[in-house]
Structures are given as C-alpha cells and as structure tokens.
Ligand binder design. Structure first.
Ligand SMILES: Cc1cc2nc3c(=O)[nH]c(=O)nc-3n(C[C@H](O)[C@H](O)[C@H](O)COP(=O)(O)OP(=O)(O)OC[C@H]3O[C@@H](n4cnc5c(N)ncnc54)[C@H](O)[C@@H]3O)c2cc1C
Length: 399
C-alpha cells in the first residue's frame, strides 16, 4: 500500500513531534505523517530523561545548542501553558563542594550571563541551606529559570496538534529504506508499506547514524550509547530535596553529573550516571546487543575515547554496579543521605555522536541527505530545545 503526504517525520520522540508540529503551524491543512517503530511515542530518550527544562546555563554562547535552548525554552513554556501540559519553573541550584569547583561555578555563571540568563545568584553555605535545607555547599549558584515538565505528555500534545487537520500517526512502523526519485522520497516500512512525501525529516535518536547511512550520508560521526541509571528517593526521604540540585559538571564531558530532580508527578530521582552501553535500546545494566556492540567497538573513536578518559569511565562503571558508590557521589552534596533513602529506579540511554578522534560531539548536528534531512546529534537539552530545533530544520529547508 502506498500513502502520500506533504511532510513526514520519522521518529515519534519529542524532536520528530515538534518538527511535525512546527510544519503544521506553517502549513495549515497539510497532510502530515509521523512514523514510529515502537508501540507508543516517546518510548526512548524522550520518555526516559530527567524531565528538566534547561535554562541554557551550560552551552557555548552562539552554538546551535545555546541558541535553540534559549529559544526553545520560551516556546516550550508557551506551548505547555496553551495546551495544559504539566510544567513548573521551580529553579535549581548548582552546588560547589570545594574551592576548585567554586572557581568553575564562576565560569558557569559567566557563560549563563553571556547566554542572557538573568537572576543568577551566588549563595554561601548558609543561604544554600535556606533554599535546600539538606544540602551542604561550599558555594552554590541559584538558577531561577530551570524547571520541570512532563516530556511524554508534551510529545503527545505536539503530535495531537500536528496531526489534527489531515495527519496520521503510524506506530509499529519501522522505516527500513528510503529513496529519492525526482521530487519525491519513498520510505518503506518493515511490513512493506510505502510512504511518499516531498519532505522527510528523520529524528531517529539512537538510530540516527544508521538512518543517515541508509540515505547515503557519509557522516564521520557514530552514535555511541551512554546509559544513565537513576535511583529514587523513598517517599520517606523525598522531603530532603525541595527542587533541583546539580553538581558542578566536569567540563570535559557533556554529561551534567548525578543530580537530584523533583519530577512533575511527584517523587525525586537521583542520577543519571553515564556508562557506555552494549545495547542502544537495552535498559538493563547487563543488556547486550551484538550489532550495537560491534558498531561501537569497531569504531576507532570509541577506543580513543576510552583511552583518553578511562579513569572517568571506570568511576561511572563503579557507580553503575555499586549502590554504595552511587550514594557517595550524592553524599558529596547531601552528607545526610543514607543507603535506606534510595532505591533503584529506571534508566535512559543517551544517543551521543562521537568523532573518529574520540571526541564527544558537543553541538546539535543537522545534515541533509539525498532523501531526507537528518538530526544526527540531539542530546540534552534537545527536549527543552525541540520546538526551536523543529523551526531550525524548516528554516534550513527554506520553509
Ligand atoms: C538519561 C537522559 C536524561 C536526559 N535529561 C534531559 C533533560 O532533563 N532535559 C532535556 O532537555 N533533555 C534531556 N535529555 C535529552 C533528551 O531526552 C533528548 O535530547 C531528546 O529526547 C531527543 O529526542 P529525539 O526525538 O531526538 O529522540 P528519541 O526520543 O530517542 O526519539 C527517537 C525516536 O525515533 C524512533 N525510531 C528510530 N529509528 C526508527 C525507524 N527506523 N523507523 C521509525 N522510527 C524510528 C525511535 O523508536 C524513537 O522513538 C536526556 C536524555 C537522557 C537519555
């Protein structure tokens, strides 16, 4: 069966949903399809993240990440307000536990200021206790703009609005090939169905490099999966965190370090760590997928990354398999936290592009292939930035 559309988004995560929504806003009445291989939208990164609305504190001024995070932040708040998606701007603190981290906190504050954040404020240890009574800080930075949101709920709302006119959502539809003939791209699903459109955007997260290869794109980067494990604070311990508490991140990595996050539906999560995963979509600690492992371990960049950062990697592995080590990382900020306060929670896997030289690609990457536009690197804060990433893609397509 062949079905014809004006626009197709491959991937029912928040980036695919937001791009389809932005297209629908610009082209009311257009026939739009979203193709998603799972039984429900937001099954991977979008439904397994920390649920934080990032303010733009961390990102290199002028980078695509910084630009789309700041723009996407405002668009996200407007969208959630208009469509009754649960969110709250509660603010966060970034906690320095010694002088060295305190110096890095200043660099962070400067970066945030350059990105246009207002209201950033240093807190001494006493002021920190007023904000978070269980946190012991050498110094902290108060970031008022940070918030929390229901990303799966937002994805559902985006899909509903994008497809409201003449659209359709095709679940359990895995795209296995794509071809451009003249002005039309034809996508084939694993059931053999054909989907045609002049415009196709692929937002396939953990599978994005494979989809780009399918389209003949000779991108040098490879997706390497990094699992993040969470613990939950028990209901009895949940009062120990009021809002969001982050450590000062290691500047060599795009990961933010294990943090405390109050979620929109109640409860507090602690995490995520960042460990190399032997399966792109396997969420158990010992999950293994031969194709995924071969893809990562036959790539020179992976070994260069390992050899450059083995000490960091080892620490993360220890935290993955030892509750005591995970607790130690959290106790740096909250010395009173005990083994009884935390229980194992869920896990998410980050799709992180890696260069052949072993460098983790920091910025978002969007490239055009013969048949489609591909989002090749959309790690955090791409959920926050999703509406602006969608706009950016459409602008690049001249739409
Ligand atoms: C542990 C963790 C914590 C994070 N915390 C935050 C946070 O607090 N705030 C924030 O802003 N960002 C956060 N992020 C990042 C954020 O979740 C991602 O940047 C964002 O969800 C990316 O969305 P996406 O749509 O590109 O990818 P995904 O949500 O992974 O969606 C891609 C979709 O494509 C589908 N797909 C793949 N291949 C095919 C195919 N061949 N055919 C059809 N469908 C296909 C997949 O099934 C999937 O549903 C976090 C990420 C992780 C993993």
């Amino acid at each position: 069966m062949t079905q014809r559309f004006d626009f197709i988004a491959v991937g029912g995560g928040i980036v695919g949903a937001a791009t389809a929504y932005q297209y629908a806003q610009r082209h009311p009445g257009a026939r739009i399809a979203i193709l998603e291989k799972e039984k429900r939208p937001a099954a991977h990164q979008t439904g397994r993240n920390s649920g934080v609305i990032h303010s733009g504190l961390y990102y290199a001024p002028g980078s695509l990440k910084a630009q789309t995070c700041l723009k996407g932040y405002a668009q996200l708040l407007d969208f959630c307000e208009a469509h009754q998606v649960r969110y709250e701007v509660c603010g966060k603190i970034v906690v320095a536990t010694n002088e060295e981290e305190s110096n890095r906190l200043e660099i962070l504050q400067e970066r945030g200021r350059k990105n246009g954040l207002a209201g950033l404020e240093f807190l001494d240890s006493k002021q920190t206790l007023e904000v978070e009574p269980h946190i012991q800080a050498f110094r902290a930075l108060w970031v008022p703009q940070t918030g929390i949101v229901d990303y799966p709920g937002m994805t559902e709302a985006l899909i509903q609005r994008a497809l409201a006119s003449k659209g359709s959502l095709h679940l359990e539809t895995q795209v296995i090939s794509m071809e451009r003939k003249g002005d039309i791209t034809t996508l084939k699903s694993h059931q053999g169905d054909l989907f045609e459109a002049p415009l196709v955007v692929v937002c396939a997260g953990l599978q994005s490099d494979r989809m780009a290869q399918m389209d003949g794109l000779k991108s040098a980067v490879r997706i390497v999966p990094f699992r993040g494990d969470y613990y939950d604070l028990t209901p009895a311990a949940a009062h120990k965190v009021r809002n969001l508490v982050y450590p000062v991140a290691d500047p060599n990595f795009p990961f933010l370090g294990v943090h405390f996050t109050r979620m929109v539906d109640g409860g507090v999560e602690c995490g995520p760590n960042a460990v190399f995963s032997f399966a792109r979509e396997g969420y158990h600690k010992t999950a293994f997928d031969l194709r995924d492992s071969a893809s990562a371990l036959s790539f020179g960049g992976t070994w260069r990354l390992f050899s450059q950062h083995w000490r960091y990697g080892l620490g993360e592995y220890e935290r993955a398999f030892s509750k005591a080590k995970f607790l130690q990382a959290l106790q740096k900020m909250m010395p009173g936290l005990t083994m009884e306060d935390i229980v194992p929670g869920r896990a998410g896997i980050r799709a992180q592009a890696l260069t052949p030289r072993g460098k983790l690609v920091d910025d978002f990457v969007i490239e055009k292939g013969a048949a489609a536009v591909h989002v090749l690197n959309a790690p955090s804060p791409a959920a926050t930035a999703s509406l602006a990433i969608g706009e950016e893609i459409l602008t690049r397509l001249g739409l």
